[in-house]
Design a protein around this ligand. Structure first.
Ligand SMILES: [Zn+2]
Length: 209
């Protein structure tokens, strides 16, 4: 009897042959054909490894996923993983950039109200004359539009940066409120951050024209 085909030997090892065909292969191998015996043994080893793989991938993937998740968390804490660049949605001196936005606070008298959005946050700024001559005071509030994020608005550092220098800073209250006083009027980058994210109000017009 000639050697069975490779496919037949594989099917034999995989118990996919009819009893008659399997019996034929058994007879052939029983005659001492080393080549066919090697093929069958190879496949048996491969099948065992493959069946192990079939069990292992979920475990392996789970471990990898856990490791990746841990790494991401670590990176998120070490670096500012989430950076939100806010856009100006309302300026009481310029008119609303979008008529859909209703300011969270009533319009200030003698001041300037700015509303920045960086979903899921809104940042409300009220610019008013400062205590010292030719200065302005800013009070503001970080509002979470998504209730899930609400807790995050407290304890955020708020930095007023001008010409790459930190001019003033504050920390938000439990309600996301903050204020600074007596800073020079001008365009500021307002950076609001904690360990995991930062919201940047780029070029905020902290001045009353
Ligand atoms: Zn053979």
């Amino acid at each position: 009897m000639p050697c069975p085909t490779f496919e037949t030997l594989i099917d034999f090892a995989d118990n996919q042959l009819t009893p008659e065909a399997a019996s034929s292969v058994e007879t052939h191998v029983g005659t001492g054909c080393a080549s066919c015996r090697t093929t069958i043994d190879w496949f048996s080893g491969f099948a065992a490894a493959a069946s192990t793989d079939l069990v292992e991938p979920p475990v392996w993937l789970t471990r990898k996923a856990v490791a990746l998740f841990a790494q991401r968390q670590k990176e998120g804490i070490v670096s500012k993983l989430s950076r939100l660049v806010a856009s100006l949605a309302f300026d009481s001196l310029a008119g609303s950039a979008s008529p859909d936005f209703v300011p969270a606070r009533s319009a200030a008298v003698g001041g300037r109200q700015l509303l920045f959005t960086a979903s899921p946050f809104d940042v409300d700024l009220l610019v008013s004359p400062g205590d010292a001559p030719r200065t302005v005071a800013v009070s503001g509030q970080v509002l979470a539009t998504d209730s899930v994020e609400f807790a995050i608005v407290s304890g955020l550092e708020v930095e007023f940066i001008r010409d790459e220098k930190k001019v003033a800073s504050a920390v938000t209250s439990d309600f996301g409120e903050f204020s600074v006083d007596s800073i020079a009027p001008g365009c500021y980058d307002v950076r609001i951050s904690d360990n995991t994210r930062e919201i940047v109000l780029s070029g905020a017009p902290i001045e009353i024209r």
